[in-house]
Design a protein around this ligand. Structure first.
Ligand code: CA
Ligand code: CA
Ligand code: CA
Length: 179
């Protein structure tokens, strides 16, 4: 299944800081407002440390539904919170409204991390695409292509690559994203 994962920061409960909202879109679905499923990851102390999720599912596909499954979503939320270019923690660094992650059309393993500038609501037309490839036997991505500044410190280096490598690894490890 060629599903896509979208990450956004939205203040879903209207209180305190924004939550991380992960929406899944199945193959062919690019309708921003109509995801196939949606999970919200909350910070219980409202301090950008994401540690609670809305109801999840057997994300890792091992046949049970336990804390391990929840942890995939929390790890993903913490990763996107490291993206200063996406997180509303500091609006002066923020360039993007949302990030969409999908497997490449050209390879079963390569991952595209698509970035949408503020106001761009067309999921088919990202402003930047960072690619991760070269997955090892543990499922970790080793190579990032077309890296941009993710942590907002105005350079492009290994720290930025690591965020993208971890995001791609997180995405490909969530095998079973049932509603
Ligand atoms: Ca909130
Ligand atoms: Ca499981
Ligand atoms: Ca950087």
């Amino acid at each position: 299944m060629k599903y896509k994962q979208l990450y956004e920061f939205i203040n879903t409960d209207g209180a305190g800081k924004p939550e991380v909202v992960m929406s899944r879109y199945d193959e062919g679905n690019y309708s921003l407002d109509n995801p196939n499923t949606r999970i919200t990851i909350y910070s219980s102390n409202d301090d950008w440390k994401y540690d609670i999720t809305s109801a999840t599912n057997d994300a890792d596909g091992d046949g049970d539904h336990d804390e391990d499954d929840q942890s995939y979503y929390m790890i993903a939320a913490r990763l996107v919170a490291e993206m200063a270019t996406l997180s509303p923690m500091d609006e002066s660094n923020r360039l993007f409204d949302r990030v969409l992650i999908a497997f490449s059309d050209h390879s079963e393993q390569d991952v595209n991390i698509m970035h949408y500038k503020k106001g761009n609501r067309d999921l088919k037309n990202p402003d930047f695409i960072v690619k991760a490839s070269n997955r090892d036997s543990y499922g970790r991505y080793r190579t990032v292509i077309d890296t941009i500044d993710a942590d907002g410190d105005k350079d492009i280096d290994k720290d930025d690559e690591l965020i993208y490598r971890n995001l791609a690894t997180s995405f490909s490890s969530m095998e079973n994203l049932l509603p």
